[in-house]
Write a protein that binds this ligand. Structure first.
Ligand SMILES: C[S@@+](CC[C@H](N)C(=O)[O-])C[C@H]1O[C@@H](n2cnc3c(N)ncnc32)[C@H](O)[C@@H]1O
Length: 204
């Protein structure tokens, strides 16, 4: 079976992904993982988990399912899980978040870090995320998106010309709007550096 263009792209760059993103990871994203991933409770879904950069920040003994469409990205994550010392009960699932292979109302916490910039159908993805979250469960989004500030957004639109064809990541998504349109209950929404926002949601 053939794979979608973004799968082929992530499969091709998986081995170099951490190196390519290293400056952004260390300066911007890793401090956010450190702050938010330890908040995960119960059964956790790590959405579009990529090379598994959240793994080392889960509380010891956590039960975590990592889902991603790219088997090669997950292979890198498997190695990190093997080398990590936080004794996670971990499962790797090669699937698309627009069609998650889980029953409804299943996860206590969903972690979505740097995900919705590269999903083909964010609206369908968001519906699926909402479906598999338990009522009363929590979704922690750490996502970059358009800011509504003309100068910043101009720069993001220029950067987009580079990031879409290389790492398959759009700088111009309106993920906050997609979250609200899906009917998730936003309980916190704050700027956390650059064009990243931390958005904490529940499902009523
Ligand atoms: C920018 S990377 C971020 C990975 C990870 N969340 C992190 O914080 O490092 C985006 C990841 O999303 C995955 N992806 C893109 N579209 C997807 C989809 N529709 N379903 C599942 N995974 C997807 C890609 O394979 C890639 O691993």
């Amino acid at each position: 079976m053939g794979c979608r263009p973004h799968e082929a792209r992530y499969n091709a760059i998986a081995r170099f992904y951490d190196l390519l993103l290293y400056p952004l990871e260390k300066r911007r994203i890793e401090p956010l993982r450190k702050r938010y991933v330890p908040l995960a409770e119960g059964l956790v879904l790590d959405l579009a988990a990529g090379t598994g950069n959240n793994i080392k920040f889960y509380p010891p003994g956590s039960s975590v399912v990592l889902v991603d469409t790219s088997e090669s990205m997950l292979d890198v994550a498997r190695k990190k899980a093997h080398d990590s010392d936080n004794r996670l009960k971990i499962r790797f699932v090669n699937a698309s978040l627009e069609s998650l292979p889980f029953v409804s109302d299943f996860f206590d916490t969903i972690i979505s870090i740097d995900v919705f910039c590269s999903v083909d159908n964010p609206e369908q993805g968001m519906r699926e995320v909402k479906r598999v979250l338990k009522p009363g469960g929590t979704i922690l989004f750490v996502e970059h998106m358009l800011t509504g500030k003309p100068r910043k957004d101009f720069i993001l639109k220029i950067l987009n010309i580079l990031t879409v064809p290389t790492v398959g990541s759009s700088m111009t998504r309106k993920t906050g709007d997609v979250i609200r349109a899906a009917g998730l209950n936003v309980i916190l929404d704050e700027e956390v550096g650059g064009s990243f926002r931390y958005i904490k949601c529940t499902k009523l």
